[in-house]
Design a protein around this ligand. Structure first.
Ligand code: ARG
Ligand code: ZN
Length: 871
């Protein structure tokens, strides 16, 4: 029987909490199958007198309930599947409860669970209610004291805040008491217990306070935490310099766990990380891993101010902490690794995930107004578009006013749970601007389409630029408003040199035009030669821009745009159009040759950085191309993209070989951005060469793989061998597994690589890998490595004509939903976009969604996504 569609939660239904909690004392008696949790809450009425106390709880075995020291009889409270209600409570009182829970049986990895024999927690968003009875909502802030007792198998006992006491109880078991002086919502609670090694360091804050830093990892792994520790210290310094934010406790801890539903979690003073985003050394981690570790360590650390000190009033305000914190971590990464390269990577991710989301059934505003399961709203829209909105805000009011507004926000809201409105009000106040039109960016879903038209009059030197906008309808939002769109632009002459102009009598190289309303027109003067307009520089707004530029203009930009983002963008657009023309049956051979020629020049440009060239050389992905050409035909896209790759490989053979040979790094491995950039370009050159199979390139790839002294190059070699296929690939795969079979993080790469294999029998192999002894669907990292990678990064095989790829994914979703709904729900997206595909494929995708929908006992998480996809 089909699960009933549950009622949604709505923003307009928000009511302040009926009771507040001042103090919480938790006492954990930790045992894997039967942990006892005693909770003592000091409660205070906040709402109507006489209203009963209602607490959240799930899967709890209630042992006792007492009010002000008096145990309640069974009839004095009501326990339901998700709540505990006590009528007739005083206005201020102490509630004591005791429950029993089973962490060992918790495979949903939400609340208190076991990973690698250790106890750990994940409470955001609503996991705390599976630990104890509590008002589980972010606007209830309390001071936590946590005591835990465990056998000697769990020697380290960690929680938030400061360690108050440790020792052994009368029963000889170990205990520890922690106190967190900062009031916090329960989603920031954390507990870890087990055997862990620590890497210790310290940091002196700007005001001279010394903070102990500890990273806890699997025994024997502490050397692999060194890079995360280094990133942490750089993050702490950066937040002081860029935002004036100092760390507040005397201790900051990070714990790495293997079984985790997502990336990491910012629990106060005790961040918990997926080990894949924490552990690194040159042998086992790629440059991309290093880069992600740096950014996620920063992200979780930055949450201490944007999320923890100031938190969200309700979960509809999630972007208040997530969008803002992504904005902050992107700014940090740009400072660490170079602005242009970082921006290109961020925009690639935004387009691949968020633009796709905006085009599908799950399109939602940065601040949604209803949901079934909040876990489904940890999306690219909340995170990545949420960051873009703040970036635009900064562009619109200027860096100085932006910083002032942030200062005001920190000052005004410290210690509170607040809203997006309150955040924006700070910037309106300091800038004196009316930001009400801007606020629509938070409330309106969809990617605006912006059109630029320009008219140059040689006689007068006037360039008239007209910008117009239109946002396509999204589910539930048919009518769209015009949004304020900041468009940064400059001009180039026919040679690609910067072309100066005048605006309102002032000379300029670049300007910010704000498109307001449906249409905005500006006239630049003093334009002395025919201009190439370089618009939306640095991707100054999350929109899709089209223009009346002449075809040759992009080549001018590709060769010399001073804005590196637009230089890269020009290359991507040319490549995209060529691939789509071929996929549509009208290949432009002359254009392809011209593109190869231009690419060769860009690769040989001594002035640009290797990391940038590596990005230039990467053609738009098949998924990007699918998004750009609905209804998409994945097989045609795959073949057309292959054809362009082949042309580049032939045309640029000498250049690519030279890059591959010349960029060899002799010395000691260093994860720094410049070294990583050289490795990226060298591996990209090898991948480009692998578009033309043959004995020579196979030998080159094999040599590359065997000579690799770090994981980046080993994976680069393996990737090229995968693209080339055949016996060389099979034996390299075996060699790799023999070497790394005991390293789970490396084996995840082994699974993911095979999931990306575009060869025709890939699905059979992937399906066979689900039965491999090293595969375990209960470990989210492994599941994602194989199943999510196949569905999202192997479009040619996922979209097999007979629907076998879809069937495979649906089977996995159904199997995983039985024990881990959050992770199962994350696998739905590749099927959800069925409307964007060739109708016969779309119908098969839809049929699989219907099969899932008809299955019994689905989780709310999967129900929400599947039913919305079918609406
Ligand atoms: N707050 C965490 C972070 O962004 C992520 C928590 C994800 N939780 C969830 N239920 N999906 O750093
Ligand atoms: Zn976050």
């Amino acid at each position: 029987m089909r699960t009933e569609t549950p009622a949604p939660i709505r923003l307009t239904d928000y009511r302040p909490p009926a009771f507040l909690v001042d103090e919480v004392h938790l006492d954990f008696d930790l045992k894997p199958e039967a942990t006892r949790v005693k909770a003592r809450l000091t409660l205070r009425r906040n709402g109507e007198t006489g209203a009963p106390l209602r607490l959240d709880g799930e899967r709890l075995k209630t042992l006792s309930v007492a009010v002000d020291g008096r145990a309640l009889a069974a009839g004095e409270f009501t326990e339901e599947a998700h709540s505990l209600t006590i009528p007739g409570v005083p206005d201020a009182f102490v509630l004591e409860t005791e429950v029993e829970i089973n962490p060992a049986a918790n495979k949903a990895l939400e609340g208190l669970y076991m990973s690698g024999g250790r106890f750990c927690t994940q409470c955001e968003a609503e996991g705390f209610r599976t630990i104890t009875w509590y008002p589980d909502r972010p606007d209830v802030l309390a001071r936590f004291t946590v005591r835990m007792t465990a056998d000697d198998s769990w020697p380290r006992l960690l929680s938030n805040g400061n360690l108050v006491e440790t020792g052994r109880g009368t029963d000889g078991r170990r205990y520890a008491v922690w106190n967190d002086p900062f009031p916090k919502p329960c989603y920031l609670f954390a507990l870890v217990a087990g055997e862990l090694d620590e890497l210790a360091d310290s940091f002196v804050t700007a005001s001279g306070r010394k903070v102990e830093l500890k990273v806890f990892v699997d025994p024997g792994m502490s050397a692999r935490a060194a890079y995360a520790m280094d990133a942490l210290k750089r993050s702490m310094r950066w937040d002081e310099e860029a935002f004036g934010r100092e760390y507040d406790l005397d201790l900051f801890m990070i714990v790495a766990v293997r079984d985790f539903n997502f990336g990491a979690m910012e629990n106060k003073g005790l961040n918990i990380f997926n080990s894949s985003l924490l552990l690194a050394d040159p042998e086992t981690a790629t440059d991309l891993d290093y880069e992600r570790i740096e950014s996620v360590v920063a992200h979780e650390y930055f949450h201490n101010w944007t999320g923890n000190r100031i938190t969200c009033r309700d979960w509809f305000q999630l972007c208040l902490k997530e969008g803002l914190t992504v904005f902050r971590d992107q700014a940090f990464s740009a400072d660490m690794r170079g602005e242009a390269v970082q921006r290109i990577k961020d925009v690639k991710a935004l387009r691949a995930r968020q633009f796709a989301e905006d085009q599908g059934p799950l399109a939602h505003p940065v601040r949604p107004s209803s949901y079934l399961k909040i876990d489904n709203f940890y999306t690219a829209t909340i995170y990545e578009k949420g960051a873009e909105v703040i970036r635009m805000l900064k562009a619109l009011i200027g860096a100085q006013a932006f910083r002032k507004g942030m200062d005001l926000y920190f000052e005004r809201w410290d210690g509170h749970a607040t809203t997006v409105e309150a955040f924006i009000a700070c910037f309106a106040e300091v800038s004196g601007r009316d930001l009400s039109a801007f606020f629509a960016w938070y409330e309106q879903a969809g990617t605006p389409r912006v059109r630029l038209a320009s008219r140059w009059t040689p006689e007068t030197g006037e360039l008239e630029i007209t910008l117009t906008q239109r946002t396509p309808a999204t589910p539930g939002q048919a009518d769209k408003r015009a949004l304020p769109v900041p468009v940064r632009l400059g001009l180039l002459d026919a040679e690609g040199r910067t072309l100066a102009f005048e605006l309102d009598g002032e000379a300029a190289d670049e300007t910010l035009v704000v498109l307001e309303g449906e249409e905005t027109r500006v006239t630049l003067t003093g334009v002395t030669s025919r201009p190439v307009v370089s618009a939306l520089r640095g991707f100054s707004a999350p929109v899709e821009l089209s223009s009346d530029a002449r075809p040759g203009d992009r080549y001018v930009q590709l060769a010399g745009d001073a804005d590196l983002f637009n230089r890269w963008e020009a290359g991507q657009e040319v490549a995209r159009d060529l691939i789509l023309a071929r996929a549509g049956g009208a290949p432009d051979e002359v254009g392809e040759e011209r593109f190869a020629e231009a690419m060769g020049r860009a690769l040989n440009d001594q002035a640009s950085e290797p990391a940038f060239k590596a990005l230039l050389l990467a053609l738009p992905t098949e998924s990007d191309l699918a998004v750009a050409s609905p209804p998409a035909d994945p097989a045609a896209i795959h073949a057309a993209r292959q054809a362009l790759r082949l042309r580049l490989a032939v045309h640029l053979e000498d250049t690519l070989k030279r890059l591959h040979l010349g960029l060899q790094d002799g010395g000691e491995f260093s994860p720094d951005a410049a070294s990583a950039g050289r490795r990226a370009l060298r591996n990209a050159a090898l991948e480009a060469l692998a578009a033309r199979p043959g004995a020579e390139v196979t030998a080159l790839a094999e040599g590359h793989y065997r000579a690799a002294s770090n994981m980046t190059d080993a994976m680069g070699g393996l990737n090229a061998l995968m693209l080339l296929g055949g016996g060389a690939f099979t034996s390299a795969l075996e060699d790799f597994r023999a070497r790394w079979k005991d390293e789970p993080l490396v084996m995840d790469k082994w699974f993911a690589l095979q999931a990306r294999d575009p060869s025709p029998d890939a699905l059979d192999k992937v399906a066979a890998l689900t039965a491999h002894p090293d595969f375990d669907a209960r470990v989210p990292n492994r599941l994602r490595a194989l199943v999510a990678t196949f569905a999202s990064a192997n479009p040619a095989r996922f979209h097999a004509e007979d629907g076998s790829g879809y069937r495979f994914l649906a089977d996995q979703i159904l199997a995983v939903d039985r024990f881990n709904p959050m992770t199962a729900a994350r696998l739905v997206e590749p099927l959800g976009s069925w409307r964007r595909y060739r109708p016969d494929l779309g119908a098969r995708m839809k049929a699989e969604l219907e099969r899932i929908a008809a299955a019994p006992d689905l989780s709310r998480n999967v129900v929400e996504l599947v039913s919305r996809a079918l609406e």
